[in-house]
Write a protein that binds this ligand. Structure first.
Ligand code: AHG
Ligand code: MN
Ligand code: MN
Ligand code: MN
Length: 334
């Protein structure tokens, strides 16, 4: 008999990780996993049901929404708000924060920011997509949280994670005490511990950036891309280039093999493209917990005070030495 541990067993055994009340954060992680299983089911049968393609609407960022963007958003909203543990959710697909509007909100301790479906342009072509979530604990517990309480620095996160719907479905999360990965066994419907105590290699040989935008990038970023392409057997260069167009797929690959994911500011995306609260913060928390580094190219992502729920920032996330080299070349080009 093969011994395995389910996510629920693991959460129960590790409740001491949570510095606050025990049961509610565990319940929240279980709710996220449950919604993730439902999305996984829909993603897996996407080609044979009427859930592929455009929904015909746009989100606040002006991106056309896929049917699965909306489906995933509604699934997470109803599961999380239904639990009574979450008082407000910030989502890529909602212009404004969505509040729990009933008498339970006074006792609801958690604030969630999430990207219900990341890499959604990949859905129609059967490539990996994901869900990214960031969990904060309320600082006060009187009235509904104010915008200022929602806009917390990423370093205040109490937990964060992602679910990748790839050739298998995996849930990876941290509560600030290391990172653990669980693979969904669809035959029993359980996430099982498959990647305990994940650590990203300090060095890597893969860089991921949309090089089609090269001419728009700032000097320092161009210098780093050229650095990656130079022949130097001592540092295993030239590096390999990989770009799926799905941040979650690049970050997950980097977690396992080492690498750097970049989405810099550019002429056409002056602030960058990736959103601080529900894409960068949770992935930065996970990467740091795995010994990697997450930066804008100039500063630590987790120290940024968000100015708006959909704020975009430039990102460089991955193996520590690769991110530090990129930062060095950006500094030199200033
Ligand atoms: P989303 O699907 O949640 O809107 O995010 C897409 C993001 C990210 O996942 C990806 O790395 C990036 O957009 C790709 O952008 P480009 O097509 O501009 O490279
Ligand atoms: Mn989108
Ligand atoms: Mn995204
Ligand atoms: Mn998305």
């Amino acid at each position: 008999m093969i011994a395995f541990k389910t996510l629920y067993q693991f959460i129960a055994e590790n409740q001491a990780d949570f510095p606050y009340a025990k049961g509610d954060l565990s319940r929240l992680l279980r709710d996220l996993a449950l919604a993730g299983k439902i999305i996984s089911r829909e993603v897996n049968k996407a080609g044979i049901t009427d859930i592929l393609g455009e929904a015909g609407s746009e989100n606040v960022q002006g991106e056309s929404q896929k049917k699965l963007d909306i489906y995933a958003n509604e699934q997470f909203m109803s599961t999380l708000l239904g639990s009574g543990d979450v008082c407000v959710i910030v989502s890529e697909e909602n212009e404004e924060p969505v509040f729990l509007n009933d008498e339970r909100s006074r006792d609801a301790k958690y604030i969630i920011a999430m990207d219900p479906l990341d890499g959604s342009s990949n859905i129609d072509v059967n490539s990996a997509v994901g869900t990214i979530f960031s969990i904060f604990r309320r600082q006060k517990d009187d009235a509904a949280p104010t915008l200022d309480e929602i806009l917390q620095e990423g370093r205040n996160q109490v937990a964060a994670g992602y679910i990748i719907y790839g050739s298998s479905t995996m849930l990876v999360y941290t509560t600030g005490n290391g990172v653990n990965g669980f693979t969904l066994d669809p035959t029993i419907g359980e996430f099982c511990l498959s990647h305990p105590n994940m650590k990203i290699p300090e060095d890597g040989t893969i860089y991921s950036v949309n090089e089609g935008n090269y001419i728009y990038f700032p000097r320092g970023v161009k210098d780093y891309i050229k650095y990656c392409q130079v022949y130097d057997p001592n540092t295993k260069r030239p590096y390999n280039s990989r770009y799926a167009g799905s941040m979650i797929a690049e970050i997950h690959r980097s977690m396992l093999k080492g690498g750097i994911y970049m989405y810099p500011a550019s002429w056409d995306h002056k602030e960058g493209k990736i959103r601080l609260m529900y894409e960068c913060n949770p992935l930065a928390f996970i990467i740091e917990q795995a010994n990697g580094k997450a930066s804008t190219g100039k500063e630590r992502i987790l120290d940024m005070k968000p100015t708006g729920i959909h704020q975009r920032i430039p990102v460089m996330i991955g193996s520590k030495n690769m991110v530090e080299k990129a930062e060095e070349l950006i500094r030199l080009a200033e």
